[in-house]
Design a protein around this ligand. Structure first.
Ligand code: PNS
Length: 165
């Protein structure tokens, strides 16, 4: 039986912390399906399609890692790709309460799918998509926190915003 996991999130944008979790997951699972939640009410820097392209480029040479959008319940997305596990990264104790609530709710909805918490390298424990966006938009360096391709896309996006596009 293939071991299949989903790694869900907003990924707005994908950070090196996320990438590390995918790399660690690849060592345990035959397939890792990155799922981007389609969340019409939530403001985002990148559209879901832009995020799919951004992440797809990072994993272009790794067919075992795929990326797609999902709507509705995470457990339904997980079941649709045949996943036995949901991966979530835990950076600090502050992540834990929300993650525990989600894991218990997801278990109630779909008992057969396990939530697996993975801990990124300590150099990424302070990295979050929202902080990366804030620092970058204020002119700070995010080098080493996101892949160079993402940094370029962010620069182009923020230039576009400043030009009023
Ligand atoms: O990276 P994020 O934004 O913290 O990811 C949150 C995500 C996408 C994992 C979560 O919001 C989610 O699973 N949403 C799907 C809706 C759902 O299944 N809700 C019930 C689960 S508690």
């Amino acid at each position: 039986m293939d071991h299949v996991a989903v790694y869900p999130g907003s990924f707005d944008p994908m950070t090196n912390g996320h990438i590390e979790i995918v790399n660690r997951s690849k060592a345990l699972f035959d397939e890792v399906h990155i799922g981007i939640l389609r969340h019409p009410q939530k403001q985002s820097l990148f559209t879901v399609e832009e995020r799919i392209e951004m992440i797809g480029e990072i994993y272009v040479d790794m067919p075992e890692v795929t990326v797609q959008a999902f709507e509705g319940l995470l457990v339904d997305f997980a079941a649709s790709v045949g996943a036995q596990a949901i991966i979530r990264g835990l950076r600090a104790a502050t992540d834990f309460e929300y993650e525990l609530q989600m894991a218990l709710m997801n278990r109630r909805l779909q008992d057969r799918i396990e939530t697996l918490f993975m801990v990124p390298h300590e150099e990424f424990t302070f990295v979050s998509s929202s902080l990366v966006k804030e620092v970058f938009s204020l002119g700070g360096s995010i080098s080493g926190l996101v892949p160079p391709s993402v940094e370029e896309l962010m620069a182009a996006k923020i230039r576009g915003h400043k030009e009023g596009n």
